[in-house]
Write a protein that binds this ligand. Sequence first.
Ligand code: SF4
Length: 423
Amino acid sequence: MPEIAVRMTKRNHNAFVHLLGALESQGFDLGELLITKDFNEILKARPKVVLYSFFTEEIWGPLPMEVKLLKEKGTLLIAGGYHAIAMPKHTLKLGFDIAVIGEGEEVLFQLLTKLKKTGYKITPELADIKGLAFYLNGEFVFTGFAKVEDFWRFPPYPESLRLISPIEITRGCPFGCYYCQTPYIKGFRMRHRPIDQIVKYSRRMKDMRYITPNAFAYGSPGAVLKLDKLEALLKALQPLRKEGRRLFYGTFPSEVRPEFVLPETLELLIDYADNRRLAIGAQSGDDAMLKAMHRLHKVEHVKRAVEYMVEYGFEPVVDFIVGLPNETEESQRMSIELMKWIMRKGGTVRAHYFMPLPGTPWARCKSSPLSEEMKRFLGRMAAEGRIEGSWSNQVELSRKLQRLMDEFYEEPMSHTVPVRNAC
Ligand code: SF4
């Protein structure tokens, strides 16, 4: 029976596929693991250790019950992912024994290797591994933030398992939007997987898709366009397209920044990619709100991006956040106007309700109520199928997050500088 199980879910699938690739490339035999999305299979197998990775909102799902059932069997529970990194003490309070803090490729290999030697117990030796938080004799131990600058040293997939996911081609983001966890957990400097590796692993996909905070920033430190690098990547993928694969770039599961949507980037997509939808973040129709959330672009950039997309035959898919901290009725009206304008142009709007995510400068901010006008507008548009997004479910989730932050705020561990409170 395997001693270590990996609790895969739909939401952590991509992260675990990449981590399994990293484990295997460091010499870990994946045959030793039970890897499954079926929790009952894990329960029956009675492993000594179970690996989890989850987002904060999952703590209000089946997760606590799973933790309870496994703890009753004496299983050692390890948590990684955004919640563990941003709220390690809370993660341990949930019943996990060890939180993995930071980029997991190396720390997970070291941790599993050590645990195998020490009989799956928490021992002082764990303090030598950077990237862990745990309690030892009642004392909270944090061993530092694990960073993997050159993450491409590790393949995105394991060789010995038939698991694939969109490939993470870029890690980190320089923009630092106050509601977003990415830069504080993955760093402010963009790092990119080399083209030959992307091509090599893309062969396994029928539809080639990629994970990146801003697909048009490939090859750049982050804030500027490096058209030659972007073109080199897209060109290098063309032989795979000729073999029958489709290339989706700048759309699910990634998106692009509005300022990067230009005739020259769209022309590259027309020549080299199969998608004719492109996702951008607008977030608000009010420049003052964009400034307040540190988006570092203006409404005019969103409008320009939409105009270009329409001109070049792309369907714009535009994300908004409603209920932002200190958002006035007037700000919401400006967002409604921008949403209407985008829809008139043939674009699709995706509306999200503001969620104060731990580990971000806006973690302790309160959402703003939706004006009657905004509620009516979103309701009508959703009924007509003209607006996507899950803002209505997110209202309750946002309240839960605000309560969690009020009751259990902890200074998050960060990839770079301490995360400052910007509420
Ligand atoms: S929202 Fe996008 S651009 Fe802003 S920090 Fe996050 S990943 Fe970067």
